[in-house]
Design a protein around this ligand. Structure first.
Ligand SMILES: [Zn+2]
Length: 338
């Protein structure tokens, strides 16, 4: 089959590789309905994260099971499934506590920017739907696998409640999904920090009530203006730089919560400043598996349309252009079709 390989920074190719096969009795092989490129794939693409030469890319997926290992009990060939980018057993103490992304058997999914993929720990990782979904829901279901699940976790970790004031730092795909999540969780006011017209429009479509285009000190001053000098109950940090993290902390009110899901690169904290700031912070790789049944149900019921975040759809053979478009911010998120 053809699959996506990253040879090094800026060098993504679509090349012939061996078909995936069952390696352990707990594996499943799925035929993907679609795949996509993640914002986190841009870290190695930009040379900001070391890679060991040709790496199989892709960790967002949904599709139909074609084969299962001898120990798999809960999913079977023919079923439509969605899984998280974190492989988890769904039985260990961390999974049972809702933190599947710290599963004792955790692995990170790879090789999903391809028409077929191997999913380890299939019973714990995959969630099957009762029926095959209609083709027009594939983009929405694919989004639940990571980008929506991660935005959802940001809102959950930031403690968004009915009537909360929420701020979303970052207008990438995850930030936009954070807006959608905050809206679904009942936030009364959702302030999206974004400087880009098309992203601002999408944020409003997903439920943002205010847009702040300023950044840094000016952005913080605007937030203080909008919140009567108090700051927000909940802040979703969806970037991962020092600037975005400092802004997130400064925009929160004392006792407020910050959910941070942008993988931190070069971010440091000042212990004493944090002590006096009195903020709650929870971040990390999203335990998407915890949210998947609920998110899938919301999509199937037509309540949410997270698939709108894919503003570029390309065949797998054009995957290199998909990376370039996201790198140059010409696209928010690229969906790959087969
Ligand atoms: Zn586990």
């Amino acid at each position: 089959m053809l699959a996506t390989l990253m040879y090094g920074p800026g060098d993504v190719r679509c090349e012939e590789v061996e078909d995936p096969k069952i390696l352990k009795p707990t594996d499943a092989i799925i035929k993907l309905s679609a795949s996509c490129i993640c914002g986190s794939d841009l870290w190695p693409y930009r040379g900001l994260q070391p890679t060991e030469g040709p790496a199989h890319m892709g960790h967002e997926y949904c599709g139909v099971v074609v084969e299962v290992g001898s120990a798999v009990k809960t999913v079977r060939p023919g079923q439509f499934v969605v899984g998280s980018f974190c492989i988890s057993d769904n039985t260990c103490p961390h999974c049972r506590f809702g933190f599947h992304s710290s599963c004792v058997q955790r692995e990170f999914m790879s090789g999903a920017q391809a028409p077929f993929a191997r999913v380890p720990l299939a019973d714990g990782t995959l969630v099957a739907t009762a029926e095959l979904p209609s083709p027009d829901l594939i983009a929405d279901l694919l989004a639940t696998s990571d980008v929506l699940g991660t935005g959802w976790y940001a809102a959950d970790a930031a403690n968004v409640r009915e009537g909360s004031t929420a701020i979303v730092v970052g207008d990438g795909a995850v930030g936009l999904m954070g807006v959608l999540a905050a809206k679904e969780m009942g936030a009364g006011r959702i302030i999206a920090m974004s400087r880009h017209k098309t992203r601002q429009q999408l944020a409003i479509e997903f439920g943002a009530t205010d847009i702040v285009a300023e950044r840094g000190d000016e952005g913080i001053a605007r937030i203080k203006d909008l919140t009567n000098g108090i700051g927000a109950d909940s802040v979703l940090e969806c970037v991962g730089t020092q600037e975005s993290m400092s802004q997130a902390i400064a925009c929160s009110r004392p006792g407020g919560s910050i959910g941070y899901v942008g993988v931190p690169h070069g971010v440091t904290f000042d212990g004493q400043a944090m002590f006096f700031a009195q903020r709650r912070m929870l971040g990390g790789p999203a335990p998407v598996r915890r949210f998947l049944p609920d998110l899938i149900e919301r999509v199937l019921a037509g309540k949410i349309k997270p698939g709108k975040v894919f503003d570029l759809k390309l065949p797998l053979s054009d995957v290199a252009e998909g990376y370039r478009a996201m790198d140059e911010r010409r696209a928010i998120k690229t969906m790959l079709t087969f």
